[in-house]
Design a binder for this molecule. Sequence first.
Ligand SMILES: NC(=O)c1ccc[n+]([C@@H]2O[C@H](COP(=O)([O-])OP(=O)(O)OC[C@H]3O[C@@H](n4cnc5c(N)ncnc54)[C@H](OP(=O)(O)O)[C@@H]3O)[C@@H](O)[C@H]2O)c1
Length: 250
Amino acid sequence: MTENVAIRRLWPRPDADPLDDAALVELYPRAAEPWLRMNFVASIDGAVELDGHSAGLSGGPDGPDKRVFGLLRMLCDALVVGAGTLRDEGYRALRLDERRRAWRRERGLPEYPRLVVVSRSLNLDPGSVVFADAPVRPVVLTHAQATPPPGLTAVADLLRCGTDRVDLAAGLAALRDRGHTQLLCEGGPHLFGSLTAAGLVDELCLTVAPLLTGAGAGRITAGPTTRPRAMRLRHVLVAGDTLLLRYTRA
Ligand SMILES: NC(=O)c1ccc[n+]([C@@H]2O[C@H](COP(=O)([O-])OP(=O)(O)OC[C@H]3O[C@@H](n4cnc5c(N)ncnc54)[C@H](OP(=O)(O)O)[C@@H]3O)[C@@H](O)[C@H]2O)c1
């Protein structure tokens, strides 16, 4: 997999020079309106995971996918993630390095984005580092009837939207009311499927990893089928054999 490989723009205007972080930030702007950006990596044959994790697809901490992944975190107000992804990927606390915190401070943003975990069951471990080590109290988006495990309300704010299932539209509106207008969602597939079904997705950033993984893994989306929605291609970046695509709603 590609490590430390320069990222270049292929489309709409091919660039000879590699993109530095400032140029990349311009290619993934914060929107002027409330916005939900999804970020995924998939193999060229469509797999969402390799051996149960996305790490095998994204190609290591210095690869192009992780570089953009980190920049997108820097750019958001809140990072939304499904509880399944949190558990499967062993999420750590949402921290940014000093350079990225300084970038946020200079623009009047809080030093850290807020982590928002979506869970129907509240099968969450309050002792896990993602809560215990969080620089900002995470939010858990759930519904009115969910019963939290002991200790969860000591480490996270519960946001209850919906009576017996999570009302995602109401949840995202409540986050926006708290000033979190730029939302980044790192999945997973069931959460993406629900957000698509509810018509809430504004953008998809997709890394296409140069791997044929074969059959077995699911896609980046799961759950009930929905009507197809047209999306508009905003750019194609290339880094070695990896493509970084950005689509927004048409
Ligand atoms: N390639 C990538 O970029 C990428 C990104 C993310 C994940 N993944 C992979 O995807 C796999 C996990 O897939 P997944 O579909 O299980 O992930 P997921 O959508 O994060 O997890 C599903 C769980 O999240 C909660 N959830 C999701 N949608 C919800 C909704 N509409 N309302 C209430 N709760 C909701 C529920 O948690 P509760 O059970 O707590 O109720 C549900 O059981 C892992 O293998 C992971 O590595 C890959």
